[in-house]
Design a protein around this ligand. Structure first.
Ligand SMILES: Nc1ncnc2c1ncn2[C@@H]1O[C@H](COP(=O)(O)OP(=O)(O)OP(=O)(O)O)[C@@H](O)[C@H]1O
Length: 204
């Protein structure tokens, strides 16, 4: 089972540039929860995730993680979370296997290969990422989800460039994480096919 988590977002307000991205927003994320942050392009979905993680400043509000104020104990939140960003963050000069090793240096070659197999990329383990498609690069990044023991996942548009099988594989991985007591916060413009998230809607 995963470490139990509870993140309370209370009366959060975020501004970026001249815009209010959210005002007085409150919700909780806890073990077993799947939260989808929804909204149009530019609504502030990525900014909200980054604000929770401390990479975008907040105007007002409180973030409480496992009973502690995140602004005082951000390391507690950061050590329990895995964030996969909007772009896959893959280095073209390295192979698929080398890219995964950069993210997961503590894992054995066998573990890395098993993760690549989960995302149907084992045959491309020694191929430079420059020669891979957008969806294949995304799959390298997503392979981390088969290697991590972190409880709280923040997935920013993880389905981008994935084919139907890739989407289905990722949903299965999320489902098993949730059943192990993990939690997932996701932004996606695509509806989830098999999972029923709680939806937090941001408006432009
Ligand atoms: N680095 C930045 N500096 C200043 N403003 C930014 C920055 N990144 C994004 N913004 C602004 O913040 C607002 C929200 O952007 P954000 O990327 O959070 O939206 P989003 O809902 O994730 O959009 P999308 O669906 O297109 O990914 C936009 O108005 C955008 O212009």
């Amino acid at each position: 089972m995963r470490k139990t988590v509870k993140l309370d977002i209370k009366n959060l307000s975020i501004e970026r540039g001249e815009r209010d991205l959210c005002r007085d927003l409150s919700f909780s994320v806890q073990s077993g929860d799947l939260i989808r942050i929804a909204g149009e392009n530019g609504a502030g979905k990525s900014s909200l995730m980054k604000a929770i993680l401390g990479w975008v400043s907040i105007e007002e509000g409180e973030l409480i993680y496992n009973g502690e104020d995140v602004t005082q104990h951000r390391d507690m939140l950061l050590q329990d979370q895995l964030y996969l960003g909007h772009t896959p963050g893959i280095k073209n000069v390295f192979t698929a296997l080398e890219n995964l090793k950069l993210y997961c240096p503590d894992k054995s070659e066998q573990q890395l290969e098993q993760a690549l197999e989960q995302v149907q990329l084992l045959a491309f383990a020694d191929t430079p990422a420059a020669q891979l498609s957008a969806g294949q690069k995304r799959r390298i990044a997503l392979a981390r989800l088969w290697l991590t023991d972190k409880s709280l996942w923040f997935l920013d548009e993880p389905f981008t460039a994935l084919d139907v099988k890739g989407v289905s594989t990722l949903e299965e991985r999320m489902a098993s994480h949730l059943s192990e007591g993990g939690a997932v916060v996701i932004t996606t413009h695509q509806p989830l096919l098999h999972l029923s998230p709680k939806v937090i809607e941001l408006s432009v």
